[in-house]
Design a protein around this ligand. Sequence first.
Ligand code: PLP
Length: 436
Amino acid sequence: MNKSFNPTNDQSLALFDRLESEVRSYVRAFPVLFDHAVGTTLTAADGREYIDFFAGAGALNYGHNNPAFKQFLIDYIERDGIVHGLDLATTAKRAFIEAFENFILIPRGLNYKLQFPGPTGTNAVEAALKLARLVTGRPNIVAFTNSFHGVSAGALAATGNKEMRAAAGFPLANVTSLPYDGYLGENIDTLDYFEKLLVDPASGLDKPAAVILEAIQGEGGINIASTSWLQRLRDLTTRHGILLILDDIQAGVGRTGTFFSFEPAKIVPDIVTLSKSLSAIGTPMSLMLMKPEHDVWAPAAHTGTFRGNNLAFVTARAALEVYWSDSKFEEEIARKSGILAAELGSIVKDFPKLGLSIRGRGLMYGLVSRRYRELPGLVSKEALGRGLVMETAGSYGEVLKFMTALTITEADLRRGLSIIRDSIGAVAATLDSGSA
Ligand SMILES: *Cc1c(COP(=O)(O)O)cnc(C)c1O
């Protein structure tokens, strides 16, 4: 427990309401004044505890303040390790790159060069899109329905969400949106359409520099691209000289059961973007991986003051060593994934009138409520009152999104799932004279 923590009854959020912009989002869904957190337990200022089934939208795959590597950060600060260094060489950065090569690239037979763009995910996406255009000399990019790639102009152009796009305030150009796997129903391979557009000289599609996609869409509602679809997309883009950018910012770093979400499909993207959980402790960090032949940047052609956050390098390196030096962590994720999928399956069966379904992989799951699109939002609210934080996803918020830390204990996982089961029961009782 936090020794210096003095609970306060003042839970007021009035200051935020008064002075912080209307753009606030998560604080509206979870109007709680938080103070500290360890593992998967968040503690509010009044001492109330919440189970975290949200994990910083995927930025906290290793939980809060993980004791396995927190001390490395404290020690680094204590010894006045370099904190800010632009892209200067530092020992912390070298140790991270070494660990990334040894624990991630070499065991997977991957040959990539590394670029550290600005610290957020959208910075990595911007760098990736810019590089693809530079490599090919083509302006157009293909992105997919329900995608989310960030909100700076270039990344936003490749993002599906209507409200976010509208907030840009100017036309988002040079991206063609095409149907993701499954978008037109189970029996339609949406790549038939893409392939036709590419080969037909009158299709109207400007040949793209790159295709950007998530192998499992996070914000878009836990939509999964099948292995065969991903393999066909890789083949199609290779044949047409189009780069494949895999945005693994949310689904990467173990979230779907393997370090990269595209590993089960055995494809090798030309460019990969990582961020969210890469720093391991929640500090900002992003990384772009590119095949060496695509590294055509001139020195300083793409810069940034906050490239390479050294505090993030310290914990990122430690996490790679602790969790990714053998296959134990992947086995642990698979075991918890089994518990999660089984319990969600049983919830679906126990509330037949709700017409729920599940989809996901690893510890990235969605409980889909097509019949009652408002249900996930109501369940999230109900669960908060019962001491659990979780968010919704999908075009209409129709997906209840399960994103626990990968390090969650089995007991917390089961306890959280039982809160969700009870919350669904409570909400179901209020729908159409008690649908369940
Ligand atoms: C979160 C996210 C981004 C954007 O990252 P930010 O750090 O929020 O800019 C990009 N792509 C995917 C798939 C994401 O989930």
